[in-house]
Design a protein around this ligand. Sequence first.
Ligand SMILES: [Mn+2]
Length: 191
Amino acid sequence: MDIIWGAVTRPKEGQSINGDTYVVERSGAGLLVSVIDGLGGGEEAARASGAAATVLRTYADQPLAVLMQQGHTALHGTRGAVIGVMRLQMDTRQVIYMGVGNIGVYVQSQQAIKPISKNGILGYRLPTLLQLSYTYNSGDTFVLYSDGITSNFMTEHAVDFRLPPQDLADAIITKYGKLNDDATVVVVRQP
Ligand SMILES: [Mn+2]
């Protein structure tokens, strides 16, 4: 069955420009999913995260390490950004993840799928890149989120992970979004 997803992003309270952004881009049987948080806030942050998003959309079918390298180059001269990038291969149910900086990932699965990011800042300090890969099951739910979301949502059981992806993303940001930071949640599930 085809993949379903939902996403929500909003700026911090009192700010009209959002330094966070996300990308969901399909290429063949692959779905590229990313959350990007531009450093600082406002226009400069939005410019950095926007530049990274453009790279991902342009090279959506390229290896994740290439996306990171291209993004790093594109963000020189900006504030920089932290980024998490995931690709689900829908025909084989393989998922790969690569992250630089504090974008969070939570996977609701029977399996131990616990992707982690390396410390660093795209545009400033690219760490030794780490690609993690897993096989997932039908119905597994992938949540990518920026640090404008408190990670308590994973443990408090106050949101129902069986909700449709858009409803789940909305529930997480409503209950766990920090008002003093830009916040983003993307939820993906392959039924
Ligand atoms: Mn942030």
